[in-house]
Structure formats: structure tokens, C-alpha cells
Write a protein that binds this ligand. Structure first.
Ligand SMILES: *[C@@H]1O[C@H](CO)[C@@H](O)[C@H](O)[C@H]1NC(C)=O
Ligand SMILES: *[C@@H]1O[C@H](CO)[C@@H](O)[C@H](O)[C@H]1NC(C)=O
Ligand SMILES: *[C@@H]1O[C@H](CO)[C@@H](O)[C@H](O)[C@H]1NC(C)=O
Ligand SMILES: *[C@@H]1O[C@H](CO)[C@@H](O)[C@H](O)[C@H]1NC(C)=O
Ligand SMILES: *[C@@H]1O[C@H](CO)[C@@H](O)[C@H](O)[C@H]1NC(C)=O
Length: 607
């Protein structure tokens, strides 16, 4: 009804009445999308390679409406300078380069009606001072309170087009500032830049999830919407690519826009690091093996596509010896076959694992033995030809497989009375469709070589590498809640793995079980919620009392986050200790050896 009245009022008077905030409106999409407008007054606040940004000379007081807009037109911008006060016409357009993104409102095909004056003072809005504070928990009203809720993609910003609530929702906050020239005071890098130098930061406003390194850790229902991506500088300079998590930066001034799936600030010039995060490297683990069953150490490390000739192999060996202090048993993920990504029929990883074992021994570690099961060629996902699998390294002076009877690639392991395993080690239900193009968990039963008298000396381990999050949509994307790629697979994988563990505990409620690896999921999201509730295992981070903000092994977009976990059965909980060793998340991209941090635990397996 309102729309009909507006149209009836006539084009010319409608156009002459429009301010920039009216063009932007109080929602994500402009109420004037597709319409030609004129007599729009603004002052040029910034210039970019393909256009410029103007701020209204007639601002309103509504926090929901941006007073600035991007004017797209390279030629149009050439004769204009920051500080020019202009009157222009053009076409209101909602632009996105991909259908999964949020639209940016812009003025296209601009025409200069009048240059009113030059040399006007351009003020920048200091975020958190001249604006509201960025919301710290929720991204969008359309997420229903949980950005990780399953099912996801139940609504689209571009369709629902909600009225902005910039006090409560992060996307609404940044949308309400699109086009504005803003300043981020005392920014801290909370991630590593991508190859273009794009870097996530948080300024001097209130944040949640801050960890000891300066990053922001994702927690239940909170993926840190108070953060902002800094994109390419407007002056053609380049951002540094060696910035590290926790580095301090010079104040950043730039314009708020949306591109490539994220709200972002395009700075007027490149970022400068003022203080590098210290110490440069984390300390080694303090968890040392007692050399007996009362203090065995367990390491877990996704070693990122390790092949025999990988250039990162010697450093992985050094990490295991120097930073993890040579755990008695190591859960590895992403061990490739003997010729790595060469795509042929080779599936054995003997050479890969023996090369790693030799490198560990050369670095001063023990001479480990290994246990793995070759996958069926090309059936377990990952880099084509690599045949990645999970594998164990174990110290054979302390441990051995209990009554070894390795299963084949296709043998489904079973729990037998005892409990013992039908195959030791053996894979969980490898032909189940839940594992299509994914790694099958490897279950093993171990015994300590010199157990104390009359004490149980065997324990079980489950080494997992669940399906990846590939296909996820951006946290700043159109789909709400964002698409969590592969979540249905991970739910099925979690159910199968947890049921197997439950079978062991049904035989012996005191069974000692450690399940560890790269679960490719956060502990508060559906797959792992189901995993813990079905299996009865406990999250070792919680058991060991690690602060929530320090629970991270991975960096993705704006969040330090935890994809790698250990879960333990009741019997192992009383004296359990656990540490994440941030050897890869802390260093710059060039110095990173794997995309995951390793972890170490210490448990009494004969308690
Ligand atoms: C712009 O504003 C002027 C003065 O208010 C008015 O005369 C003119 O018709 C407007 N132009 C357009 C295209 O609306
Ligand atoms: C910019 O100014 C020059 C010199 O006055 C003029 O020749 C040119 O046409 C102008 N360009 C635009 C896009 O207005
Ligand atoms: C390792 O060997 C494979 C062939 O087996 C080759 O394709 C690859 O480039 C080599 N990688 C390195 C790092 O030398
Ligand atoms: C594994 O590799 C080692 C050293 O490269 C070799 O001595 C051994 O025979 C291999 N074992 C198997 C089962 O292929
Ligand atoms: C979300 O769902 C819509 C259909 O409602 C679909 O068009 C779109 O591709 C989905 N987005 C993603 C990222 O899968």
C-alpha cells in the first residue's frame, strides 16, 4: 500500500526528495533497487580504482540506515576529489558477484549534476565511538539464535530482507555502515592474511572469546561477529602477508563494503604492524610420559598430506620430539601413501611412516612402530591420489597391540566378549555409505608391556578423521544459518563411531577408551553433540578444565577454533591432563607446517 502511494506521488518529486539514507533504507536491500534517482547530495569521502564513496549532506539519526553509498563508475570518479560536495543522479543497484553472497547497495551509471564546493572536511566514524559497538555474539536474526543450528540454510537474507537491528546482530551492524568511512582504533590481527593480504581484525571495542594470544575463539553460539575483514588498500598498495595472530596494527581508516562473501573495510592505505605477538613460538608441552601405565602420553596431529618426500616431514618430526615430547602413542591424520599425490594404484604408507619414524629418531625421539590399514584406492577422499588415512605411532618399548590381528581395508571391526576386537587394528564399518569419500576410523586395543600386578593393562583407541567442511557457505553469506558443509555426513559418521564405542562400554563400563583426531567439527555442534551423548565419552578439554577461549587448534576466517579433539571414557578422567600446542596457529603463514595444531594428553590407563 505504502509503495503504491509513493509511486503515485510521481517520479520527479520522489527523486528530488531522496537522501542517501533513504536510498539505503533500514533493511539489507534498498527500497529503490532498480530505480533511477537524481538530486542525491553527498561529499566524496574516499576514492577507489572503480568509483568513489559519498556521504550524505543531510544525515538522519537512524542507526539502521547508512549515510554513505558506493558510486560505481571509473570515469565518473576521475575528475572528483575527496572533499568535493556534489549532486548526482544514477541508478540504484543491488550487486553481488555470486548468488551465495549478500547484496551491496550501490549507485551505478552516475551522472554529475553539480559540483557544489570543494575542500570540505571529511570526518571518519570511529567504530564503537561514533557508531554503536559491534554486536559480539549473533550475526543475524535469521540464525534463530544459533549460527551452527542444523538444519541450516533455512532462509536467505536476500529473500527475508529483515529490518536491521545493528545493536544485536553483526551482519546488521556492518550493513548499517556500508559505504561509510570508518576508523578501527588499536586493531589486533585475529587471523593470518590470505595470499592477497586480507586480514581479520578486532578494534578497541568490547569483544568476546579473546584468548591469551589475542585471537578470538569461537564458542557455543558465538562465532565473533564483532570482527572485520580488512581488504585491499584503495591506494593500490599491498597489505603485508606475514602478519600473525595477535599482532598489533596501526589504526585503520577505510570504507565499509561487501565483497567475495564478507563485509570488509577497504583501507585507504596498507596495514602496518606496530608490534609482533610474543613469544614468537609456544612452549613445549609440559606433559611428559611417566614411562608407565599411570602416566602415558597421547599425541594427536593432523600432519597435512604427509608423503615420504614432503618438504615438511622433517619439521613434523621435530614438532613431535621437541614440542610434543615424543608421546607414547600418537594419533596421526592425513598420512599419504608411499608416492603421495601420484594417482596410481599404490595404497601402502609403509614408506611414508617409516620415513617419518626415522626422522623422529634422528631428531632425538624414540624409534616408533606404526599401525595403519591401507584404504581402498581412491575411496577415502582428500587430495587425489594421496589415499590419506589415519595411523598410529607407538613406542614399542612401552606398548604393543593386544593380540594383533589387523583387518583388511574392507573388514568391519566388531567388539567381541572381553571386550576385545575382532580386528586389531580394524576399521569401523568401512562399507557404510556414511564413509563415502571419507576416512574410516581405526580402532585398536593396546597393552602396556610392564603393567603393575593385578591391574587392567589394556585400553582402546579410536583414531578419526571425519569428512571435511567443504561446501560451507560464508558466515557473512546469504544462507542463514550458514551452510555447514558435510554436516549430514559427519552426523552419520559420529553415530557409527559412537555406537562402536558404546558397544565396548556395554561390555565393560570401566573400559579405558581414548577417541581422538580431526573431527572437522566443533564440540557444540550437532555431530559431536550426538557423538558424546551416544558414546558416553567426555570432551577432554572440559575434563581437563582448559579455559574455553584456549580451546583451539585451527584458524579459519575470524575465529580460532577447535576441529581436533580427544574424548575419554569415565575411567580415564580422574587424573587426565591435556594441552594444545599452538605451533602452527601462532606462526605466520610461511612458517606454518600443518594447518592444524597438535595436542598432547596424559592419562592413567591402569587406574
Ligand atoms: C532536482 O532538484 C531541483 C531543485 O529542487 C529540481 O528543480 C529538479 O527538478 C530536480 N531534478 C530532478 C531530476 O529531479
Ligand atoms: C575530466 O576533466 C577533463 C578536463 O576538464 C575533461 O576533458 C574530461 O572530459 C573530464 N572527464 C569526465 C569523466 O568528466
Ligand atoms: C614427491 O614425489 C612425487 C612422486 O612420487 C612427486 O610428484 C612430488 O613432486 C615430490 N614432492 C616433493 C616435495 O619433492
Ligand atoms: C616397509 O619399509 C621398510 C623400509 O623402507 C622396509 O624395510 C620394509 O620391508 C617395508 N615393509 C613392508 C611391509 O612393505
Ligand atoms: C541455500 O538454499 C537455496 C534455496 O533456498 C539455494 O538456492 C542455495 O544454493 C543454498 N545455498 C547454499 C550455499 O547451498
Amino acid at each position: 500500500m505504502k509503495k503504491a502511494l509513493c509511486l503515485a506521488a510521481g517520479f520527479a518529486s520522489l527523486a528530488s526528495a531522496l537522501t542517501i539514507s533513504e536510498i539505503n533504507g533500514n533493511k539489507f536491500l534498498s527500497p529503490y533497487n532498480g530505480q533511477t534517482v537524481a538530486n542525491v547530495s553527498g561529499i566524496v569521502t574516499a576514492k577507489g580504482p572503480d568509483g568513489l564513496w559519498i556521504r550524505s549532506t543531510k544525515p538522519d539519526k537512524d542507526d539502521k540506515t547508512s549515510e554513505s553509498i558506493y558510486v560505481f563508475g571509473r570515469a565518473f570518479a576521475t575528475n572528483l576529489t575527496v572533499g568535493d560536495s556534489i549532486v548526482i543522479g544514477g541508478k540504484v543497484q543491488e550487486y553481488r558477484s555470486n548468488k551465495d553472497y549478500i547484496y551491496l547497495t550501490e549507485l551505478s551509471s552516475p551522472t554529475l549534476q553539480e559540483k557544489v564546493s570543494t575542500g570540505n572536511v571529511v570526518k571518519t566514524l570511529v567504530i564503537g565511538k561514533d557508531t554503536l559497538d559491534p554486536p559480539t555474539e549473533q550475526f543475524s536474526s535469521l540464525d534463530g539464535g544459533d549460527i551452527f543450528a542444523v538444519p541450516n540454510n533455512v532462509s536467505l537474507v536476500s529473500v527475508a530482507n529483515p529490518v536491521l537491528n545493528p545493536k544485536k546482530y553483526g551482519l546488521d551492524f556492518w550493513e548499517s555502515l556500508t559505504g561509510e568511512l570508518v576508523t578501527v582504533r588499536k586493531p589486533k590481527a585475529i587471523a593470518k592474511p590470505n595470499s592477497f593480504g586480507d586480514t581479520w581484525v578486532a578494534g578497541d571495542w568490547k569483544v568476546t572469546g579473546r584468548n591469551g594470544r589475542g585471537g578470538l575463539t569461537m564458542t557455543d553460539k558465538d562465532a565473533n561477529p564483532e570482527t572485520m575483514l580488512i581488504g585491499s588498500p584503495l591506494d593500490g598498495s599491498s597489505n603485508p602477508t606475514s602478519t600473525k595472530l595477535g599482532d598489533s596494527l596501526e589504526d585503520i581508516t577505510g570504507v565499509v563494503t561487501y565483497a567475495f562473501g564478507f563485509y570488509r573495510i577497504l583501507p585507504t592505505t596498507n596495514l602496518k604492524v606496530t608490534k609482533s605477538a610474543q613469544p614468537a613460538l609456544p612452549a613445549s608441552t609440559k606433559l611428559l610420559s611417566s614411562g608407565k601405565c599411570d602416566g602415558l602420553t597421547f599425541g594427536a596431529y593432523n600432519i597435512e598430506n604427509l608423503a615420504p618426500n614432503s618438504s615438511h616431514l622433517p619439521t613434523i618430526a621435530t614438532h613431535i620430539v621437541e614440542y610434543l615430547k615424543s608421546p607414547d602413542l600418537v594419533f596421526l591424520q592425513e598420512v599419504q601413501d608411499d608416492n603421495g599425490p601420484t594417482n596410481d594404484a599404490v595404497v601402502s604408507a609403509n614408506l611414508t611412516l617409516t620415513t617419518l619414524i626415522q626422522a623422529i629418531a634422528s631428531a632425538g625421539g624414540p624409534t616408533y612402530a606404526y599401525a595403519d590399514i591401507d584404504p581402498v584406492d581412491d575411496q577415502d577422499g582428500g587430495q587425489p591420489g594421496g589415499n590419506i588415512r589415519v595411523a598410529y605411532l607407538y613406542n614399542p618399548t612401552l606398548l604393543r597391540l593386544y593380540k594383533p590381528n589387523p583387518g583388511s581395508s574392507t573388514d568391519a571391526n566388531e567388539v567381541l566378549p572381553g571386550p576385545t576386537l575382532k580386528y586389531n587394528p580394524g576399521r569401523i564399518d568401512p562399507s557404510n555409505p556414511a564413509w563415502t569419500a571419507s576416512r574410516k576410523p581405526l580402532v585398536a586395543q593396546w597393552e602396556v608391556l610392564t603393567p603393575p600386578k593385578k591391574k587392567t593393562s589394556t585400553f582402546f583407541t579410536v583414531n578419526v578423521h571425519f569428512g571435511s567442511k567443504g561446501g560451507s557457505s560464508s558466515l557473512h553469506g546469504d544462507a542463514r544459518p550458514p551452510v555447514n558443509g558435510g554436516v549430514e555426513d559427519r552426523i552419520a559418521q559420529a553415530q557409527l563411531t559412537a555406537s562402536f564405542i558404546k558397544d565396548i562400554l556395554n561390555q565393560d563400563k570401566d573400559a579405558r577408551i581414548v577417541a581422538a583426531g580431526d573431527f572437522n567439527e566443533f564440540v557444540f555442534v550437532e555431530p559431536l553433540q550426538q557423538f558424546t551423548s551416544i558414546s558416553g565419552l567426555k570432551d577432554l578439554d572440559a575434563v581437563a578444565g582448559i579455559r574455553e577461549t584456549e580451546r583451539y587448534t585451527y584458524l579459519f576466517d575470524m575465529n580460532t577454533q577447535q576441529l581436533d579433539h580427544m574424548f575419554v571414557s569415565k575411567k580415564l578422567q580422574s587424573k587426565a591432563k591435556y594441552e594444545h600446542v599452538h605451533i602452527n596457529t601462532w606462526v605466520d603463514f610461511g612458517a606454518q607446517v600443518s594447518d592444524h595444531d597438535p595436542s598432547v594428553a596424559k592419562c592413567d590407563v591402569c587406574a
